[in-house]
Design a protein around this ligand. Structure first.
Ligand SMILES: C[S@@+](CC[C@H](N)C(=O)[O-])C[C@H]1O[C@@H](n2cnc3c(N)ncnc32)[C@H](O)[C@@H]1O
Length: 354
């Protein structure tokens, strides 16, 4: 397999080299020196991890663009109140990552005048969102200005959006009392499977104004397919165990939406008397066109395979030699533009009760 992303480890090399030299010259105790060197290596590894994650979220954007259900999107655009300078939409996005949904909402002309609060618990993603937004705005000839209190303004004649970048855990944010039902639109994109929807859905509804909207998209719903088939039994077992790992996942002592989040959301929404206005499939489908993947989608595929690898490495139900070979072959298929990947997701547009 080729080296998939050399820039990730290379761009920290000068810093690492400098630190190693620096500590070496200090002539400190060898044990302390070894400890410091270990920390430097770990620092490098964790940076690499963060950068790889940012690249994954960025490479996911074109996959999501195709996947998002256009009927649900049109239903959202019809149900949203008009946004104008006199009437700015208040939008709250949970698990906003590096901000690709906001870019899309503006590029696809759904948002014009708005206050957009983007929440994510990951400091690195929030920082990347800020930097990326500045570059994205500049590329479109928008004014971009940094404002106080972690906000920024993007502006043209037709668009004026005040963005608030909020690094917070969604559970903490949503359990804060009495913020009032002030938001016109709540968004969660590729997020609900990571949280306990029995807790987050009712609390999210409490933040949305009476008869306001929730746009819950890319909710994984139980099926992943890799083509061409390699080994029918092993293919099936790996994907079944991967789904199971999502169902068993506990994050910060909490259960998560799991592998059937899409369908489970219907049940959670019924408990809070919210009505689903539109729903539809938003399957990820990645395939090589003319022997290459579009945009940066080969990185996306490698990242998905690495995630499955990390999750199932050492699993007692898997023959590890066969599993390692399966993962390697799938990576090779990405390199030779042969792999086709499909994952089932659902999008929902919801009207919150009065
Ligand atoms: C799969 S990513 C999706 C990001 C973005 N919506 C996108 O599609 O590009 C999920 C995001 O949720 C964030 N996240 C996970 N659990 C969270 C929590 N409890 N509170 C806030 N953010 C959380 C992660 O940091 C990550 O950025």
């Amino acid at each position: 397999m080729k080296n998939r992303s050399p820039q990730f480890s290379l761009n920290l090399l000068p810093l690492r080299f400098f630190l190693v030299l620096f500590f070496h010259r200090l002539k400190i105790h060898p044990r302390l020196n070894r400890l410091l060197l270990k920390r430097i290596m770990e620092f490098d590894a964790s940076e690499t991890q963060q950068q790889r994650y940012v690249r994954y979220l960025s490479s996911k954007k074109s996959v999501d663009d195709r996947a998002l259900n256009k009927y649900v999107w049109v239903s959202l655009s019809e149900a949203l109140p008009k946004n104008s300078p006199a009437s700015r939409l208040k939008v709250l996005e949970l698990g906003a990552g590096i901000g690709t949904m906001l870019e899309r909402l503006v590029d696809w002309k759904l948002l014009t005048f708005a206050e957009y609060t983007a929440v994510d618990s990951d400091a690195n993603s929030v920082g990347e969102f800020r930097g990326r937004m500045a570059r994205w705005a500049a590329a479109r000839g928008f004014d971009f200005s940094v404002r106080p209190k972690n906000t920024a303004l993007i502006r043209t004649q037709e668009v004026e959006i005040l963005i608030k970048f909020l690094q917070a855990d969604v559970y903490d944010l949503l359990s804060r009392e009495n913020t009032g039902r002030q938001w016109d639109l709540g968004i969660a994109h590729a997020f609900m499977d990571l949280v306990d929807i029995g807790v987050v859905v009712p609390q999210f509804c409490n933040f949305i104004r009476p008869a306001g909207l929730l746009y819950l998209t890319l909710n994984y719903d139980g099926e992943t397919i890799f083509l061409p088939e390699l080994h029918p039994t092993l293919d099936k077992l790996i994907l079944q165990l991967y789904n199971q790992s999502m169902d068993d996942r506990i994050t910060d002592h909490r259960i998560t939406g799991g592998s059937q989040t899409g369908r489970k959301l219907f049940g959670s929404l019924m408990t809070v008397d919210a009505s689903v206005l539109a729903a539809g499939g938003s399957d990820w489908i990645v395939f090589p066109a003319s022997q290459r993947y579009p945009e940066d989608e080969s990185s996306f595929l490698h990242y998905i395979l690495d995630t499955i690898h990390t999750e199932l490495k050492g699993h007692p139900a898997l023959d590890q030699t066969a599993f390692e070979s399966w993962i390697q072959t799938r990576h090779d298929q990405v390199e030779s533009a042969e792999l086709i990947f499909i994952a089932k997701n659902l999008d929902l547009l919801v009207r919150v009760s009065d």
